[in-house]
Design a protein around this ligand. Structure first.
Ligand SMILES: C[S@@+](CC[C@H](N)C(=O)[O-])C[C@H]1O[C@@H](n2cnc3c(N)ncnc32)[C@H](O)[C@@H]1O
Length: 264
């Protein structure tokens, strides 16, 4: 039997669900159905996704302003407005970007979009295989600092991811940065119960299962780096846009930690 083309799939993917939350154009009906079910279990799911994307954009801008001219974005998802290369090249033209994702459809769509953009490309690769991804990221010069983006990809990798992150960091030049976000259980018990519900709903419907990690475990992923102030914080509190004020309903920010660490 011929394998189904990714466009014909009937099971939701993490990339498709995320695209639906971001009002993108690449999800399929099965993604929308899973996204809506997850949102029913946890009404702040879409808001959390948008906060995640906003963090990514602020972190890329910050690193570009601090001299980074090449990025490796793993678990990059579908290209949506304000992609890493668009943000970075707006502030520093010529910045090189390698995207990588496990999902072949996101890779195909990304490379279609990147046609005619010589400084950016997308590889199909698994974050669990650093040698493979780093070996094929030929657009990047690993003797020079790189901004490594592991933004909301490690929740899709079960088990102890510390050794994996350290394998990436060991290959990066001094002055490189690691930016990551990760889902975490909220302090508030009511939110935590909702999180357990949404995890169950999501994992029943989406091909890639999601796992939360405790703040200590997420902080340990930055071992060997110097955390840029304000450190590992709620993603919305990391260099927030001017005028940002968390409101009483803004509990989506309680479940996503974000930080950037510099390799000395
Ligand atoms: C929530 S999206 C995050 C997209 C983007 N990093 C962002 O923050 O805007 C998670 C992405 O990780 C990808 N992914 C999941 N497991 C992966 C793995 N083992 N290796 C590479 N990518 C993976 C999914 O296909 C999806 O595109």
């Amino acid at each position: 039997m011929t394998p189904k083309a990714p466009r014909e799939r009937t099971t939701a993917t993490a990339a498709g669900v995320y695209d639906w939350y971001l009002n993108g154009h690449h999800h399929l009906p099965c993604d929308a159905e899973a996204a809506i079910a997850a949102q029913q279990a946890f009404p702040l799911a879409g808001q959390t996704a948008r906060y995640n994307r906003d963090f990514l954009q602020r972190a890329v801008r910050w690193m570009t302003e601090h001299g980074i001219r090449q990025f490796l974005d793993i678990g990059s998802g579908y290209p949506t407005a304000g992609n890493v290369h668009e943000i970075a090249q707006r502030y520093a033209p010529g910045t090189r970007v390698v995207y990588a994702d496990l999902d072949p459809d996101t890779v195909e769509v990304s490379n279609r979009l990147l046609t005619g953009t010589p400084d950016a490309t997308c590889l199909q690769g698994d974050v669990r295989d650093p040698d493979d991804i780093l070996g094929r990221a030929e657009l990047l010069d690993f003797a020079q600092p790189v901004g490594l983006l592991l933004v909301s990809v490690l929740p899709f990798v079960p088990g102890d991811v510390g050794p994996l992150v350290r394998r990436y960091l060991a290959r990066l030049a001094p002055g490189s940065y690691l930016a990551l976000t990760h889902l975490t259980p909220a302090d508030d018990e009511r939110i935590r119960r909702r999180q357990a519900d949404v995890e169950q709903t999501y994992n029943a419907k989406v091909q890639q299962n999601v796992h939360m990690r405790d703040p200590d475990e997420i902080a340990d992923l930055f071992a060997g780096t110097e955390l840029v102030p304000p450190g590992l914080v709620l993603a919305t509190h990391w260099h927030p846009p001017r005028g940002y004020r968390p409101g009483p309903d803004d509990q989506a920010s309680a479940v996503l930690l974000g930080g950037v660490g510099r390799i000395p």
